[in-house]
Design a protein around this ligand. Sequence first.
Ligand code: FAD
Length: 475
Amino acid sequence: MTDPFVVVGADAAGLSAASKCRRENPDRDVVVFEKGRWISFAYCGMPYFIEGRIERLSNLLSLSPSEVDERGIDLRRGHEVVGVDPEERRVSVRTADGETFERRYGDLLVATGGRAVTGPFDVRETDGAFTLHDMDAAAAIDAYVADPEEYDPDRADVSAVDRERVDHNAALPAPETAAIVGGGYVGVEMAEALTGRGLDVHLFQRSEHLLPPFGEAVGERVETELADRGVAVHTGRPVEELVGDDRIEAVAFDGDEFPVDLAIVGVGIEPNTELLSGTGVELGEGGAVRTDEYGRTNLPGVYVAGDCATAIHAVTGEEAWMPLGLTANRSGRAVGATVAGDPTPVGEIAGTAVVKAFDQECGRVGFLEKEAAIEAGFDPVRETVTAGSRSGYYPGAAETDVTLVADRDSGRLIGGSIVGSDRAAVRVNTLATALEADLTVPELERLDLAYAPPFSPVWDPILVAAKVLNGTLEG
Ligand SMILES: Cc1cc2nc3c(=O)[nH]c(=O)nc-3n(C[C@H](O)[C@H](O)[C@H](O)COP(=O)(O)OP(=O)(O)OC[C@H]3O[C@@H](n4cnc5c(N)ncnc54)[C@H](O)[C@@H]3O)c2cc1C
């Protein structure tokens, strides 16, 4: 009998792989080990749950354990994989009760995701200090922000929730002033969420602009939007310390302290790869596990997918690490198909990302920063234009900023961003498609994009930007 396909981690990458494998090959035994109690959750929805836009935590769950069972998958929650023996094709597992055992695998997928980086900040022991990288944190923040008299325990309506932590936070006096440390997409989404909950929000960003991967044009527009909505944006302000013994009292920087009663630290993530230490597995960009176009590692029969895996960059063809939701689902699904006998590439990534800041929608793809583009071997030329989102006479038209970056020698489009209040974000998918197809800027300018007054001007903002960049390239 063939040893099972063992999957470690029961979220986007892991369950996509397990489900796809069973669908393609119902005779294959599939075992999923998940160290926690949660499975198949949507981290991406957590800021909107905290904001109150999403009513119940259960709304963020997709597959239930019984649905996983119906797919013929042997799901073991409360089972942490603590080691891998690639010679013997065995994993070591520790249960929540403290028991340990070993299990043989035919193929192994490590889909263990990442964890929040906390740098010098100790968020574990201090009430009111949080990172946001698990569902229990979302439930705890939601409870902490609420007035103890008004908190509705049904908001955290999932049996897996850490009820003790929720109850503890719900009993604390509601905060009034929040510091968000880190102006990346989680920081920006949380600034909106906490403002929506009535807090006085201060967003601290180390560099001069918010959302650095989205480029300056987007960062500037978002800063203005946040300020207009009452968020105090402190750019060029690296927070050095969280102050407070039992409960957060202040954030400290430049020898100064700023009093707060809530702090959210969102300064990045790192991949969970410990279970593979000592196996000789090769690591790559960002400390993630190096994988090939099928998600294979250098260890026989061992695949890695999702936030803990590298991928191939669509523009450079080189290794990259950009942990995002579609990448995780897609790479997991591909590995599931491959293991079931249908070799399927995991696909390339271009860092295509979108984020909302109140009414501003932002999108980015490929290379926006000059230094990164030069390091990748390009001679970048960049233009930013402001264009209308619909025909000027049609109600709802809004100014949309499009930035395009091209390589001077080849004229190839290598990156772009977009920001505006009128369906701007989804327009970035045109740029993502252009990047994947290796289009030059003249080819982009000649795309037959749709026009009708309620949706777009005759010249879509992307075509306007391509025209301007083309002029610069020719000039
Ligand atoms: C607040 C927030 C907002 C986000 N918003 C977006 C967005 O809008 N768009 C987007 O594209 N992406 C977004 N993301 C990123 C997206 O959620 C991740 O890319 C995605 O969840 C990665 O899926 P994964 O399966 O690789 O890992 P994870 O979702 O992290 O799942 C890994 C699983 O493995 C388990 N595990 C870890 N170690 C072990 C072990 N040793 N043994 C057993 N089990 C283990 C974990 O408990 C976990 O259940 C957001 C993330 C956060 C935190």
